[in-house]
Design a protein around this ligand. Structure first.
Ligand code: PMP
Length: 292
């Protein structure tokens, strides 16, 4: 069945969902986006995703031209029109159609599109047994250049790292910042666990403030774990008791090996398993209902 895509205020069949070759999202990566999940007919943390989208847009002086409420309603409408209960939703806002110059003033109106699709998850075996990841030689963008905290359409930094990851046949690729501190993976945040203590790099290290990251930090605190945002280097990862990644697509996934070193026992650890379970339970209860 052909998908219905939300494009600039209308739902159109995917064959008709086309954007101009003069769109600055395409010409320059000038825009912002979100990846959102729906579970069991509920959109997970929709308001948080929309807040992040508007924060990213504000930082690049991009006027979305819709209120947050209108945007949330457009997301719900798109999922409903496609009759999905479980979905991966891609929400994209570009600077819009302009000319061949950089000048954003030539783009009078942002382009907004929303795709609600079914999701391709990590293979079941990886979810159960954990990922083997590598550290990439590509460094994370410096926050004072293109800040990774902005979810912009400029994902080349991540893609360079993804190419290294694929070439190494690894499950994910970890990026360090210019000072050698651990930041995040190509599409996921990272946590290490030592006893009852969880540590994840601060946003200022050059990471996206992941919605899943926030949720897992809350769930961990409720479960009695200590949660810290702090800088650490690779050695701390190699010697951690446990390591896991979080992301909209990955949810919570164990990392059992980094650069050939087994992490802890080399199998998914108990804190990771507990958080995976709590997250899975939580997403099924919480969220904006699509069908009411
Ligand atoms: N870091 C990067 C670079 C990402 O692209 C993503 C989103 N896939 C994440 C972290 C995780 O963020 P979230 O939990 O909001 O999906």
């Amino acid at each position: 069945m052909s998908k219905l895509i939300y494009l600039d205020g209308e739902l159109v069949p995917e064959e008709q969902a086309k954007v101009s070759v003069f769109d600055h999202g395409l010409l320059y990566g000038d825009g912002v986006f979100e990846g959102i999940r729906a579970y069991n007919g509920r959109i997970f943390r929709l308001d948080q995703h929309i807040d992040r989208l508007y924060r990213s847009a504000h930082a690049i002086m991009l006027n979305i031209g819709m209120t947050k409420e209108e945007m949330a309603a457009a997301v719900v409408k798109t999922v409903r029109a496609n009759e999905l209960r479980d979905a991966y939703i891609r929400l994209v806002v570009t600077r819009g159609v302009g000319d061949l110059g950089l000048d954003p003033r030539q783009c009078p109106k942002a382009t907004v599109f929303i795709i609600a699709a079914t999701i391709k998850l990590y293979p079941e075996e990886m979810c159960r047994n954990g990922l083997q990841i590598i550290t990439c030689s590509t460094r994370r963008n410096m926050p004072d250049a293109v800040d990774p905290a902005l979810k912009s359409l400029n994902y080349l930094n991540n893609i360079m790292a993804k190419i290294e990851t694929i070439r190494a046949n690894a499950g994910e690729g970890l990026l360090l910042n210019n000072e050698g501190y651990v930041t995040e993976c190509t599409g996921d945040n990272i946590f290490i666990v030592n006893g009852k203590r969880l540590i994840t790099p601060p946003v200022s290290a050059g990471v996206l403030e992941g919605v899943t990251r926030d949720c897992v930090m809350e769930l961990a605190r409720v479960a009695g774990l200590e949660v810290e945002e702090g800088l650490f280097r690779l050695t701390a990862v190699y010697n951690a008791h446990e390591c896991f990644l979080t992301g909209t697509a990955a949810e919570v996934i164990s990392v059992t090996e980094v650069d050939g070193r087994a992490i802890g026992s080399g199998t998914p650890g108990p804190a990771t398993g507990m958080l995976q379970q709590r997250f899975a339970d939580y997403v099924r209860q919480e969220g904006t209902p699509v069908y009411s």
